[in-house]
Design a protein around this ligand. Structure first.
Ligand code: NAD
Length: 350
């Protein structure tokens, strides 16, 4: 492997920590991209990586994304991310989690963790036995900030989709606006339910067919094939499953005038932002539209607001997106690039 600083995804990261606990076999990486605005905040991903290089790349990319996401959400938090290199069977033991908690604690608060793919709310609770630098814990009453970030993310994406429809199609309502949703889990499912209440026409696709069929009959959506969802003729394509789905080939086949969804890192490469722009498709930068969850997690960690404060901040997502689209229209730069430039300025890297 090349020296860290020479890696393609290394972007002035302040520190990258490699941890190994011999007793439990735990191997983890904590990447801190920027602590300019506050402690590096971002979830822990528990994943079986094909090789170590992919795990490093994931930590570098995701931590940079968190710097941008937190900055654009107006939070006093920097960007960090942890990845745990799981074995093929994704073995996770209490001893391993405890060792991981001690590793986070050894960073003295420079990194604050939360849930991400492969980790659960119960895992977060387990980590609190070893460290206080953890968020996304169960709430004691419904007015407290915190708990499952999914519904807050879904609400932000819903408001962002409506803002995109207003900006691009000049529509103030969602009646019969056709939205194609890829992935109807925590975020996509929440989005679908909110849009259904507004009378939107919904097409959905999910690898979990039972889940998709159940939701479709609950809200009156149509289930379409996994290959079909990204090519469907609709008003909005909303990715809420995987990252890196927007590439040269898929962008050429998009049949909507808007792409707005909650999945992280939707663009496969920076050039894909330009490709979407060249096709005159309005793109909602993912880390701006999907910041609802981190807003909740951050306010919980900082103990600086209740659920009403979280909702008020989530309600500002449309304004942020509109500012990006307006600037993109004036500068003729892709919205993804405009957002990156804004975020870089906020973290003192312009
Ligand atoms: P989830 O696991 O609850 O839902 C994801 C859904 O996508 C599942 O139902 C899964 O079956 C489906 N899926 C997976 N691969 C698919 C494919 N190829 N085609 C169609 N469906 C597929 O996860 P989530 O919490 O809803 O997160 C969804 C996305 O949003 C992820 O990219 C995540 O990183 C991002 N995100 C989530 C949050 C949050 O608060 N949960 C916050 C920010 C970003």
């Amino acid at each position: 492997m090349s020296v860290m600083w020479e890696l393609q995804d290394f972007d002035g990261h302040e520190a990258v920590h490699f941890f190994h606990d011999v007793k439990t076999g735990l191997r983890a990486i904590v990447a801190l991209h920027s602590t300019h605005l506050g402690p590096g905040a971002g979830g822990t991903r528990f994943w079986h990586y094909e090789n170590r290089e992919t795990a490093v790349t994931d930590a570098l990319r995701l931590s940079r994304g968190m710097s941008f996401k937190n900055a654009m959400a107006g939070l006093p938090m920097g960007g960090g991310k942890a990845v745990i290199l799981a074995d093929r069977h994704r073995t996770k033991t209490p001893e391993m989690l405890a060792a991981f908690g001690r590793m986070i604690d050894s960073l003295g608060g420079k990194y604050v963790t939360a849930e991400d793919v492969g980790m659960t709310a119960a895992d977060m609770v387990a980590l609190t036995k070893e460290t206080k630098f953890v968020s996304g814990l169960p709430v004691k009453n419904s007015s407290e900030a915190g708990g499952d970030p999914g519904p807050f993310t879904a609400m932000g994406v819903y408001l962002g989709v409506k803002a995109a429809v207003k900006y691009k199609l000049g529509r103030d309502d969602m009646e019969d606006v056709h939205v194609a949703i890829q992935g109807v889990g925590s975020v996509g499912g929440g989005l679908a339910r909110l849009l259904a209440k507004d009378g939107a026409k919904l097409s959905i696709a999910d690898i979990n067919k039972d889940h998709a069929n159940g939701l479709a009959s609950e809200i009156g959506a149509e289930v379409v094939g996994l290959d079909e969802i990204m090519r469907l003729e609709a008003d909005v394509f909303s990715p809420n499953a995987l990252g890196a789905i927007l590439d040269k080939v898929s962008i050429a086949h998009l049949n909507t005038s808007i792409v707005a969804g909650g999945a992280n890192n939707q663009l496969a490469t920076p050039e894909d932002g330009q490709r979407i722009f060249d096709r005159d498709i309005l793109f909602a930068p993912d880390y701006v539209i999907n910041s609802g969850g981190i807003i909740s997690v951050a306010l919980e960690y900082l103990d600086s607001g209740d659920v009403e404060d979280v909702n008020n901040r989530v309600a500002m997502i449309p304004e942020r997106l509109t500012k990006i689209w307006e600037e993109s229209a004036v500068s003729k730069l892709p919205s993804a690039e405009v957002a990156d430039n804004m975020a870089m300025k906020l973290i003192g890297r312009d």
